[in-house]
Write a protein that binds this ligand. Structure first.
Ligand code: PLP
Length: 395
């Protein structure tokens, strides 16, 4: 008898992947440029030139060092370099010992959740949320509690959050800039959240960890600030990745930060190491640990995303679609013109427009449109979006 839960995870492919695969097949039939695929969050801008330069330089290093194991938590020199870069940028006081290198944000989150969980613990997420949280939380033996969306601006709904907090709450997972809403939590929101969690920790006599999932931290528009959460709340664990900021999703590189200010910080870091070990991660890719250490302060040229955001937001709102203008990441979260977003997505598919229903993000009635695509895809898709809206208007 195999593990039924694993079978379920492995055989039920995600809606996003299904749409993407459908798009690939459809392109073979109607042509590459006739399918407008907005399904995936795969960065469309190239990794910055500094990345290539760093790789070339590193290839001159002794191969046995470059391709050998590093300590499980990462190369100490790399971690120190990254800590200093974060300190310079955000005025924090980390050292390399606060860092644990991972294979991207997915591993950062999986390890963190596993490190904190005892059976029956609860984690709270805010809808809309990244669907894999459900898998990692469930797999760790915890329960996922979903805070309903604040449809006005996708900031947190504190009245709803208060209803969910209880002595079993082990952690809250936040993601800002957000996939899929594009919202960036303001300083006011983070301050309010911190105050509430501090109060609840005192009331329950427990630790409530704030897990901040930050692969989109650098992808923001119009100079909007993304508060550095460890400065507001001591029990914060940062889950970072270079997948989006350096367009390196295939290289699998990121980190976890456990700050010294956290209650029993050393014990939490030991549990992080333990979870990484139990999950069999061994160590993050050593070449790319060294690459990111050489590329501190570097980000891809996000001006293409910014142009896409303008084009899509202006184009769709002029056609009568409703959405909140995203402040970051590269997704537009659009209200479905009919209550069932799956039906809307199916209708769009008839026009070879591939958009993801919000149901899998815990937010029915909305669709996610990824704009990490070529500008031409957006321009060419607009007549199709217009026809879809006409269909709705004519009934
Ligand atoms: N968290 C969010 C919100 C994401 O959108 C993604 C990837 O799209 C991840 C985590 C996983 O990122 P990584 O590729 O670094 O594992």
């Amino acid at each position: 008898m195999i593990n039924e839960k694993m079978y379920e995870y492995g055989s039920k492919s995600s809606v996003i992947r299904e749409l993407f695969s459908y798009g690939l097949e459809r392109k073979k039939v109607v042509g590459e440029d006739k399918v407008y695929d907005f399904s995936l969050g795969n960065p469309s801008i190239p990794a910055p030139a500094e990345v290539k330069q760093a790789i070339l330089e590193l290839l001159e290093e002794p191969a046995e060092e470059l391709h050998g194991y590093s300590p499980a938590s990462g190369d100490p020199a790399v971690k120190q370099e990254l800590a200093e870069a974060v300190n310079r940028r955000y005025g924090t006081h980390f050292t390399g010992d606060n860092f644990y290198m991972t294979v991207g944000a997915a591993a950062s989150l999986n390890i963190t959740i596993q490190a904190l969980t005892n059976s029956g613990d609860e984690f709270i997420v805010f809808a809309p949320f990244f669907p894999e949280y459900q898998v990692w939380v469930e797999n760790a033996g915890a329960v996922l509690r979903i805070c309903p969306p604040n449809l006005k601006d996708f900031q947190m709904d504190f009245a709803e959050l208060e209803k969910l907090l209880n002595p079993k709450t082990k952690g809250i997972i936040i993601n800002s800039p957000n996939n899929p809403s594009g919202a960036v939590y303001s300083e006011e929101t983070i301050l309010r959240l911190s105050a509430l969690l501090k109060e609840k920790q005192k009331e329950y006599g427990t630790q409530i960890y704030l897990i901040t999932d930050e692969p989109y931290r650098e992808i923001v528009y119009g100079g909007v600030a993304v508060p550095y959460v460890t400065k507001y709340y001591a029990n914060t664990i940062v889950c970072y990745s270079y997948s989006k900021s350096l367009s390196l999703p295939g290289e699998r590189i990121g980190y976890i930060i456990v700050p010294d200010e956290m209650t029993e910080s050393k014990k939490v870091m030991a549990a992080v190491n333990g979870a990484g070990r139990a999950l069999g991660y061994v160590c993050a890719p050593v070449l790319f640990q060294k690459v990111v250490a050489k590329c501190t302060g570097v980000t891809g040229d996000i001006s293409a995303y910014e142009r896409n955001r303008e084009l899509l937001y202006n184009g769709l709102t002029e056609l009568g679609y409703e959405c909140v203008q995203p402040q970051g990441a590269f997704y537009l979260f659009v209200k479905s013109p009919e209550p069932d977003a799956n039906a809307f997505s199916e209708k769009a598919k008839k026009y070879d427009v591939l958009i993801v229903p919000g149901d899998s993000f815990g937010c029915p009635g909305y669709v996610r449109i990824s704009y990490c695509v070529a500008e031409k895809t957006i321009v060419d898709a607009m007549p199709a979006f217009a026809k879809i809206m006409e269909e709705y208007r004519s009934v």
